[in-house]
Structure formats: C-alpha cells, structure tokens
Design a protein around this ligand. Sequence first.
Ligand SMILES: C[S@@+](CC[C@H](N)C(=O)[O-])C[C@H]1O[C@@H](n2cnc3c(N)ncnc32)[C@H](O)[C@@H]1O
Length: 235
Amino acid sequence: MHNSEEIHTHSDVLKMLDSLLREPAPFWNEFYTNREKKIPFFANIPDENLVSYFEKGLLKHGKTLELGSGPGRNAFYLAQKDCEVDAVDLSEEAIQWGKERAAEAKLPVNFIHGDIFEMNIEENSYDLIYDSGCFHHIAPHRRMSYLDLLHKALKPGGHFALTCFAAGGQYGGSEISDWEVYRSRSLKGGLGYTEERLKKIFSDFQLIEMRKMEPMAECSPTFGIQDMWTALFQK
Ligand SMILES: C[S@@+](CC[C@H](N)C(=O)[O-])C[C@H]1O[C@@H](n2cnc3c(N)ncnc32)[C@H](O)[C@@H]1O
C-alpha cells in the first residue's frame, strides 16, 4: 500500500476527499492562459458591492487578504482605497497577470501564488478578508478549513465580504447536496447557495449586509452580474 494513502489524521481525510475531485490548480491555470477570452470577470473593474461598502462607510482602509484573487481586479480597488493587500491565488497564470497589471498601474498589491489552505497566516492579522467567486469552488469538506482560516486570520471586529453563486443561477450555482458532490465527484461548475444556507455557514459572524449583486452594464466602472449573493460579515 502507498504510504501517502494511509489515513491517520483529519488532514489525511481532507486530502483523500480532495483526491476524489478534479485537481483545481491545472484547471485554473489553463483557464487564465487566454486573456482575450470573453469572461465577464476578466475586465479589470471591482465588484459593485465592494465599492458600495466603502461608499457607505461600512469598510475603511486596513490590512486585507483577498482569497482566490485571480489577476486582482478587486485587489487593485482595495489598494486604491489605501488597503495593504495580500492577494492569493492557486493559478500561477493569474498571479503573473496580476503582477503585470500591478506594475502597469503602479499599485502595491502583494500577489501570492498558493493554496488558501496552505498559507502561513499570522493570527488576528487582517482587518478585511475578501472573496469574490472563490468560496463557491471550495469543496464541502474544505468549508470547515475555510471557516477556521477566517477565524484565525481576522482581527476581532475585522470584516469578511463574499460574492458567490446563488443556487440555480445563470452563470453557475449547482443545486446538488454536499454528499452528491462526492457521489458525482464534481462541484458541477461551482456550488450554488441560498440566503439561509450562507447565514447558517457564517453564523459565527455578525451579518452586516446580505443582498443579491446588482447587474451592471458592460461599460460600467463596476462589475455586477445577476444570480450572485453578496454579503458582509464582522468577526
Ligand atoms: C471564479 S475565479 C474568481 C477570480 C477573482 N476573484 C475575480 O473575481 O476576478 C475563482 C478563483 O479562485 C481561485 N481558487 C480556487 N481555489 C483556490 C484555493 N484553494 N486557493 C487559492 N485560490 C483558489 C482560482 O484559481 C480562481 O482564480
């Protein structure tokens, strides 16, 4: 028997469950190789909800971590708002693109190539954690690790903001159960969430605002598409 296929710890169980699903890094790397593709979130503009949090005074500058940042459209907005931004993504291609964009725009974003579950994070170190479109690609068995990461990384009173697929949406948002993910060995393009489910998952945090994303016109300076939940929580 393969030594690496023995299960001794909880972490071994997580790794075994990972192995039942598509390996994410090669998929996301391939995804970003053609920058000309007509992907709505390839446009270098920030989420409308993120902008609205700053405009309403719900968020202000601070040390920020962006999970699954891609090439950094939201990270750049946060840097413009004087946040000190660490932007993490699994895809080397996305990180390279982000670094090029940062150099062009002369914006100080710290792009980090890596898995959000393998970062060495200092406890209580971030004022804000932002996730736009990464959480719905996280497999159910990693959701607890995701919550642990939020608890560990956020300062008391720190904020967590999320944009994710609503169940049964136009762009994705599969309505399968957590168990079905493992029976079918797939997240079917990304998991869809209901308002109730999100409230339950993040119930340790105080809910500040939850609403659907506002669809934006193509020429708008902010990004918005239908069938996405946006939420702002506080630790
Ligand atoms: C739908 S894209 C969104 C990208 C970016 N946030 C945006 O909105 O433009 C999801 C991103 O999450 C990243 N991702 C998925 N799982 C990850 C993980 N475990 N660690 C780091 N990044 C991850 C992917 O590489 C991909 O860039």
